[in-house]
Write a protein that binds this ligand. Structure first.
Ligand SMILES: [Zn+2]
Length: 396
């Protein structure tokens, strides 16, 4: 790594610590499809060196784990600092430098996950000596999850234990990249897969077959139409775009150009405003299939079918009125207003589980998931100041 410390950041030893920790975290390839255990072991060892015991919450197959650790008194409540350890793949992206080697150029630290969201985790870990040096009135809990990028599934077993054998924080700060703005709401995601079954035939006699790809394309056209209809009806200016969106992500079907295809399937998502009814689009698509497509298809074969299954959901996030998590983040950032975003996080799950939550972390979401992902040193400094403020706020 060719990191040169210059100017202001060279004077800030805590920031230098952040960079070393971020370098280590980025060095673990924790793409969601892979194990995160090497990173979890690294964090466990780091915390152990500071006298902090961690609890692992393993995945069902044992290849991944969440981590929960507490600093300070073993009283109830406390503040949770939450981040996910996994990151999105680099395949198909053109990177200027190795994505798993943290590299500094022009005050920006480049690497997969630097922004989303190992930057926040590095700041939290770099603040551990500060937290340890204080006589905290209430505990600080570090919460690290896996599989956030594939439907926020990894944190769920950990959340299920909050308030039983793991303490339930009175407020949780989810450090997703918000440019340190305070986010108190986000949309919901519902993911679906639709399978179309038709009937195979020689392509010279399409009339005795049922073309599954043609039916799928009609369904996709209907999804586009439903999306446009929603866009014309809904308008919540807090969100960008200000309405729920529908998007088809994958499609596969057919075997050869001279065969009428029997199978076609596609995956699609609805990202709903918190106030919208999430079941509306699958219901309307099923009605279209039943009324406009299936009668014609079944005229040729009774085997014709269109089935849609839910593949996963991430709840919307809306902070409760007078949320103590939002109040805390506003106080620590000095911001006066909150914002809403269209991407999802684990905050909705925490809020649902009775932990008031807020989203606030370093880096810009525009750099997340992209080639040449980076977090700026300025943003890491801002997050370190935020965590210092938290330590001050909790010092007795
Ligand atoms: Zn993230």
């Amino acid at each position: 790594m060719t990191v040169e410390l210059q100017g202001k950041s060279a004077l800030c030893s805590e920031t230098a610590g952040v960079q070393d920790l971020l370098k280590a975290l980025v060095g673990f390839d924790t793409t969601s499809a892979k194990s995160n255990l090497a990173l979890i072991q690294f964090v466990e060892d780091y915390l152990k060196r500071h006298g902090i015991v961690s609890t692992r919450v393993p995945s069902p197959d044992g290849t991944k784990a969440d981590l929960f650790a507490t600093i300070g008194p073993s009283t109830t409540g406390g503040i949770g600092l939450s981040g996910h350890s996994d990151c999105v793949p680099v395949e198909g992206q053109r990177w200027t430098s190795d994505p798993f080697t943290l590299t500094m150029r022009d005050g920006k630290l480049y690497g997969r996950g630097a922004c989303d969201m190992k930057g926040f985790l590095a700041c939290v870990l770099a603040s551990v000596p500060l937290f340890k040096s204080r006589k905290l009135k209430e505990p600080i809990h570090i919460i690290i999850s896996y599989d956030e990028e594939v439907g926020c599934t990894g944190v769920r077993p950990l959340i299920a234990r909050l308030g039983s054998d793991l303490p339930r924080p009175r407020a949780i700060i989810v450090g997703e990249p918000t440019s340190m703005k305070v986010i108190d709401a986000h949309k919901r995601i519902d993911s679906y897969r639709t399978r179309v079954t038709g009937r195979e035939a020689h392509s010279s006699m399409p009339e005795i077959g049922v073309n599954a790809i043609a039916a799928a394309s009609a369904l996709i056209g209907e999804l586009e139409r439903l999306g446009a209809d929603i866009a014309a009806r809904q308008n919540d200016p807090r969100f960008q775009p200000p309405f729920s969106t529908v998007s088809v992500g994958t499609i596969k079907g057919g075997t050869a150009p001279n065969i009428v295809p029997k199978h076609c399937e596609f995956q699609w998502q609805v990202r709903s405003l918190p106030s919208a009814a999430p079941a509306e689009v699958p219901r309307d698509l099923a009605a279209f299939a039943e009324n406009a497509l299936l009668p014609r298809m079944r005229h040729v074969t009774q085997e014709a079918a269109i089935d849609t299954e839910t593949q996963g959901s991430v709840p919307a996030f809306v902070a409760a009125p007078q949320s103590e998590a939002v109040a805390l983040a506003l106080e620590l950032t000095g911001a006066r207003t909150t914002h809403a975003v269209s991407y999802t996080t684990e905050a909705g799950l925490f809020e649902q589980a009775g932990c008031p939550s807020v989203i606030c972390g370093p880096g810009n979401i525009a750099q997340a998931h992209a080639a040449d992902e980076y977090v700026s040193i300025e943003q890491l400094d801002a997050c370190m100041a935020f965590l210092q403020g938290l330590a001050d706020r909790l010092t007795g």
